[in-house]
Design a protein around this ligand. Sequence first.
Ligand SMILES: Nc1ncnc2c1ncn2[C@@H]1O[C@H](COP(=O)(O)OP(=O)(O)OP(=O)(O)O)[C@@H](O)[C@H]1O
Length: 331
Amino acid sequence: MSGRVVTTDQIHITKNAHQINVVLRNPEVNTHSDAEPHFHGKPLSQQGHFGEIMKELDRMVGLDNVKELVFEIYALLRVAGLRAEVGLTAKTQVYHMIFKGNPGTGKTTVARIIAKLLQTMGVLTKGHLIEVERADLVGEYIGHTALKTRELVKKAIGGVLFIDEAYSLARGGEKDFGKEAIDTLVKAMEDHKNQFILILAGYGEEMERFLQTNPGLPSRFPIQLDFPDYTVDQLMQIAEMMVKEREYALIPQTEIKIRQQIISEKQQAEAETSFSNARYVRNLIEKAMRNQAVRLLNQGSQQPSKQDLMILRPEDVKLERKTAKETFKTL
Ligand SMILES: Nc1ncnc2c1ncn2[C@@H]1O[C@H](COP(=O)(O)OP(=O)(O)OP(=O)(O)O)[C@@H](O)[C@H]1O
């Protein structure tokens, strides 16, 4: 059996006559169309549902650690299949995960992609994602929390239960109903082993503290992923991608304006640790689209050209600064 080499933009696994070859396009290096990602010697576009999922992940800017993990899981499951074919055991792994990162760093989007991937690979039966927060789990009287939590676990069976700001469950200490939610979740992980995947997500530091104060938890979540803040260049790449997907276009002056807005928002929000990363960019672009629409309608009876309908001008790029919570809960 040959060895295995994993790099950030390529995973190559060779096993006897079988060859699984993954080439993950590095967005900074391969931007032309002939660099379409291949898997097992075939372009992803020819690999049906699985190829679609991988393309969706590959399109995301940055997140190399996440892409690497997803390919690892995929490879493991493929190799498990090959092992089963030759009569070797292929024990199922535990896929509960912790996602640590600031708002808008892609945690929910990645969770959704992982849910679909695991469904395609036969680990999950449905591949849906149930996204909840403290208020959805915690009840108002003794026993109510366990009931609410069990109901949500039931809904998540076959998919992923994604708990945002999971540490808020431990905020009130021993007497708080949040504790009951944690205990119920831990029990559900035992009772419904391999039937659903639990992802706990939230700010890095608060997640760390939460795990430290609940020593029984870390070992139940073998996969921990960091979602770092995006750099200004990455946020610009995300902006360009969002504009292109929506069939709009930027002129150089608009790009400059967007970059300035991002830098200024990042600086102001960082003082309050509230910068909402890619979500801020999405809000900025969507507001620019609304501003462009108003500008075009206000310009009189003249029918806008196709180009006019596509171009976002620098004056369209303005987004009122809101308080931290409002900004990242807008959508
Ligand atoms: N790497 C990326 N490339 C392209 N778009 C991205 C990327 N990361 C996030 N986005 C987009 O930014 C928006 C917010 O992402 P998402 O909801 O996944 O973030 P989050 O970390 O779950 O945020 P929160 O913790 O506030 O819920 C989505 O529209 C998503 O598609």
